[in-house]
Ligand binder design. Structure first.
Ligand SMILES: [Zn+2]
Length: 351
């Protein structure tokens, strides 16, 4: 049974403070897409009316019953057109749902992963992919926890890598740059960003960071963590098998790369593309951190987030997509059925 946790009106004083809040039932309504009518409520303070739907991630969605299937397929590397065909939707609405759920799931990850345990080992790697043409490479830095495979942060940036003078590839690159301007190289900046996001979640204590031997990493690790991090490097020429320390990252990117074919565009305005890829990655991160067990032979409830102590069990697809997450720590916790328990609540309760 739904119980509203606070007034959803951000200008109401009971949006942030539940103390003394009163609301009343205010009739029922039946949306087109649902079989049951939904209880409405009214805040006695600001008079705003709202319902359970106001707190849900699928508010305002068309065909909300397809959301879980779409999410499952997006996380399994199925392309947008194929999803649209399978579910009888138009490709644009699948695209819209990808955008919306990518944003929601990015926020869910931020909300659930506020703090990480100290003393852990993390792995940093960059995987290369490209947009539209192979002469327009992108880098996707990822930081994950080595034992649980919990993905802490990902980013997307363009990189500039010129082929040797006189080669056909270099001539194509030069022509492309004459047309579209010099390609920005954002590798250093985006690696720094994922390291900073790791630091934000690890305000104190020591950590070990593994990476390959790329020269800029040592400087960046020192810059971001100072003396707190021990930096271990592995040769990038080591075989990319399951025993490779960077294996988890390779697998993750291989999955997301499946969807890259559709990220086609005509210009080098990389921010638009990067935003799309980032949302796609947010969907993978939510799936791999909170839903899927770490390895196939682990119990199904052993998600990386469970193993890292962030949640008591793995979440279901439905739970991950249940509540909106744009209220930070005051968003409703994905495991809450009633809506009363917030993400930032100190102690887990049955609500
Ligand atoms: Zn109110």
């Amino acid at each position: 049974m739904f119980a509203p946790p606070f007034c959803p009106n951000p200008r109401c004083r009971h949006h942030h403070d539940r103390a003394g809040w009163r609301y009343q039932r205010h009739g029922r309504y039946r949306p087109h897409c649902r079989r049951f009518s939904i209880q409405r409520f009214q805040c006695m303070s600001c008079r705003r009316t709202f319902s359970r739907q106001t707190f849900r991630a699928d508010r305002g969605d068309r065909r909300p019953e397809t959301n879980v299937r779409i999410f499952e397929m997006l996380a399994s590397g199925v392309g947008l057109r194929q999803i649209a065909r399978t579910l009888g939707l138009n490709p644009q609405s699948v695209q819209n749902k990808l955008g919306k759920y990518g944003l929601t799931l990015g926020k869910l990850h931020d909300n659930l992963c506020q703090r990480l345990p100290a003393g852990r080992t993390f792995v940093l790697d960059e995987e290369e992919t490209f947009e539209q043409k192979s002469i327009r490479p992108l880098t996707v830095p990822i930081v994950l926890e080595a034992q649980t495979w919990f993905i802490v942060a990902t980013e997307v940036g363009s990189i500039r890598r010129l082929a040797p003078e006189g080669t056909a590839r270099r001539r194509r690159q030069d022509r492309d740059e004459r047309l579209h301007g010099r390609r920005p190289d954002e590798s250093r900046r985006v690696v720094q960003q994922v390291l900073q996001r790791l630091r934000d979640r690890l305000p104190e204590g020591l950590l070990t960071l593994r990476s390959d031997q790329k020269g800029s990493y040592a400087t960046l690790v020192l810059e971001v963590f100072g003396e707190r991090a021990q930096h271990d490097t592995t040769s990038s020429r080591a075989p990319r098998t399951s025993s490779n320390q960077l294996f988890a990252i390779n697998v993750t990117i291989a999955m997301s790369r499946d969807n890259n074919g559709r990220l086609r565009r005509e210009s080098w305005l990389v921010t638009k593309l990067a935003a799309k890829l980032r949302r796609q990655l947010s969907i993978f991160v939510a799936y791999r951190n909170y839903i899927r067990q770490r390895f196939n032979y682990d119990p199904v409830s052993d998600s990386p987030a469970r193993l890292l102590g962030l949640l008591p069990r793995a979440l279901s697809w439905r739970e991950v997509l249940r509540w909106r997450q744009d209220w930070g720590q005051r968003s409703v916790h994905p495991m809450s059925r009633s809506g009363l328990r917030l993400v930032g609540a100190a102690a887990p309760c049955a609500a």
